[in-house]
Design a protein around this ligand. Structure first.
Ligand SMILES: Nc1ncnc2c1ncn2[C@@H]1O[C@H](COP(=O)(O)OP(=O)(O)OP(=O)(O)O)[C@@H](O)[C@H]1O
Ligand SMILES: Cc1ncsc1CCO
Ligand SMILES: [Mg+2]
Length: 280
């Protein structure tokens, strides 16, 4: 028992659910292994720490068999993937799958090369609990073909354009799929949940998408049987923190700092008044 009262019912009481998970995360402090890109490591570790989770950026193939069985959640992000790192990703994902440890995939810029697409397709066979990407990434992954005019890590599509493909990707992969953008969407192939929180300035800080994927990993690690709900709450909480941070930030640099501070000190009244999660 973790000492917390039973969770409130989902679907109707999103704000209560979000707060329940914030508290559970702070209480349990899950150990989250990240095999993530070199750009995102710092902000990702800091977002996890400020949420109450315990981050570990461990990616050597020599350490996976010893370390990965002991973690509570695994985040794999292909942002700066190279041939050296792919075996570690596949090995960690396999350990996670075989040990029923929830793991989450961020398919950064999946459309820019055959290598990335094949890496993602191999990783998908290890059954991630959640896939989180921007609209272009989810569209590319779902269609499994290269997009013309791909801009790399940034999205050139609106999240609403990706709802239907997210649903089909969820059905074909068996994973919950999250698409981020001005409005975020999460689907399990049947239900679609929208999240209307956040500030456009998030796009001017590198790796906020990577960081929110890691935060999703932490949320689902404390409630893996409700991955759809935990993913929606993680997206909302991260974006609520950005709204509070933006009230005092002067630009992307200080927003990054204030976002981390706001996530650290989020309280229940703030969550109650700001979480905007809805059924689509
Ligand atoms: N126009 C917007 N308005 C408000 N919030 C936004 C907007 N666009 C993105 N966001 C938020 O920014 C965060 C990152 O999402 P985004 O879709 O930009 O990820 P990404 O492209 O994978 O980022 P990165 O690759 O830099 O990590 C999410 O919390 C998302 O809700
Ligand atoms: C800029 C960039 N390039 C590879 S990963 C990354 C961080 C945002 O995804
Ligand atoms: Mg990204």
């Amino acid at each position: 028992m973790d000492g917390l009262k039973s969770p409130p019912p989902f679907e109707t009481e999103w704000t209560e659910t979000a707060w329940y998970l914030v508290e559970k995360l702070r209480t349990k402090s899950p150990l989250i292994q990240c095999i993530t890109n070199l750009v995102s490591m710092d902000i990702t570790a800091n977002i996890l720490l400020s949420s109450g989770a315990s981050p570990a950026m461990v990616h050597s193939i020599r350490e996976i068999q010893d370390f990965t069985p002991r973690i509570d959640g695994l985040c794999i992000n292909i942002g700066t993937i190279s041939e050296d790192w792919l075996p570690s990703m596949l090995s960690a994902a396999e350990v996670a799958r075989n040990s029923s440890i929830p793991w989450v995939l961020d398919p950064v810029a999946v459309s820019i090369s055959e290598f990335r697409m094949k890496a993602c397709s191999d990783l998908l066979s290890m059954k991630p609990l959640v896939i989180r990407g921007n609209a272009s990434e989810i569209i590319a992954l779902s269609n499994a073909f290269r997009l013309e005019n791909s801009k790399g890590a940034d999205s050139s599509h609106e999240s609403t354009e990706a709802i239907d493909v997210a649903k089909s990707l969820s059905v074909s992969s068996g994973s919950v799929v999250a698409v981020t953008g001005a409005v975020d969407y999460v689907t399990d192939g049947t239900r679609v949940i929208g999240i209307r929180n956040g500030v456009p300035m998030l796009q001017k800080i590198t790796a906020t998408g990577c960081a929110v994927t890691a935060l999703i990993t932490a949320f689902v690690s404390v409630d893996p049987n409700r991955a759809l709900e935990a993913t929606a709450c993680a997206l909302s909480i991260f974006a609520v923190a950005s709204e509070i941070g933006m009230e005092v930030a002067g630009g992307p640099g200080s927003l990054r700092m204030h976002l981390i501070d706001a996530l650290y000190s989020l309280d229940q009244p703030t969550v109650r008044s700001r979480v905007r999660i809805f059924r689509v």
